[in-house]
Design a binder for this molecule. Structure first.
Ligand code: PGA
Length: 249
């Protein structure tokens, strides 16, 4: 049984001040709630201020992206070591917006996962099929490819530090959630693939979280499924009320 893992992906929203105000409220509202992991993924600019705001709280920080390179002449990029130094514990890798809008391929995602792990960050590794792929009955083969290539050459100790987020692309920001049964089917498949590759214990302990139009109304039924261990929440994590209701589902 994995501890519920609820992460808010703020995407390109909130200034430092807005992020700090939100985090101060959140910190007070969930003080002492330690039977779940709560993570916020703010924009890069707010990471360090939030690390200060959230010191001593039960809320952890994630970045939304990182460079696949260690350091050097890569204008505009942010490295894994910088994120770790800013107080980040996690990093979202392979989000569908990165894959589709910024052309990130499985090989780059694999490099990012490796460099994140080498700096002590825990990757939140996102996978998921598009609507066309689902309609062409390719969901399972797409998931299998993303896992195989994204996790290429990782060792068992690396996998222990991973969180996998299943985010069907057609459900992200569309208000169209996968039904709990649709999500469960893919989550069970992900666990099955992970068991085949890395063994039963690793697969059982791996947090596999769902993302795509999660809201306060659908979180409980999603979380009731045996293979759904948490949620990666976009839009509904931007308002304190809805995020709190999701955290306390
Ligand atoms: P959404 O985004 O909850 O707004 O659909 C989820 C995500 O992209 O992680």
């Amino acid at each position: 049984m994995v501890k519920p893992f609820i992460a808010g992906n703020w995407k390109m929203n909130k200034t430092i001040r807005e992020a700090v105000d939100f985090s101060n409220q959140l910190k007070n509202l969930i003080a002492g709630l330690d039977d779940r992991d709560v993570i916020i993924a703010p924009p890069f600019t707010a990471l360090y201020p939030l690390a200060e705001t959230l010191k001593g709280s039960n809320i952890h920080l994630s970045a939304q992206n990182l460079s696949d390179k260690a350091e050097g002449a890569f204008t505009g990029e942010v490295s894994a070591r910088m994120l770790a130094g800013a107080g980040c514990a996690y990093v979202i890798i392979g989000h569908s917006e990165r894959r589709t809008l910024y052309g990130e391929k499985d090989a780059v995602i694999n490099a990012k996962i490796k460099i994140a792990l080498a700096s002590g960050l825990r990757p939140i590794f996102c996978i998921g099929e598009t609507l066309d792929e689902r309609e062409e009955n390719r969901t399972f083969s797409v998931i299998e490819r993303q896992i195989k290539e994204g996790l290429n050459n990782l060792i068992t100790d690396d996998i222990r530090r991973l969180i996998v987020a299943y985010e069907p692309v057609w459900a992200i920001g569309t208000g169209k959630t996968a039904t709990p049964e649709q999500a469960q089917e893919v989550h069970a498949y992900i666990r099955h693939l992970m068991e085949n590759a890395y063994g039963k214990n690793i697969a059982t302990d791996l947090p596999v979280i769902y993302g795509g139009s999660v809201n306060p109304k659908n979180i409980a039924t999603l979380m009731a499924e045996p293979d759904i261990d948490g949620a990666l929440v976009g839009g509904a994590s931007l308002e304190i009320d809805s995020f709190i209701r999701i955290i306390k589902f």
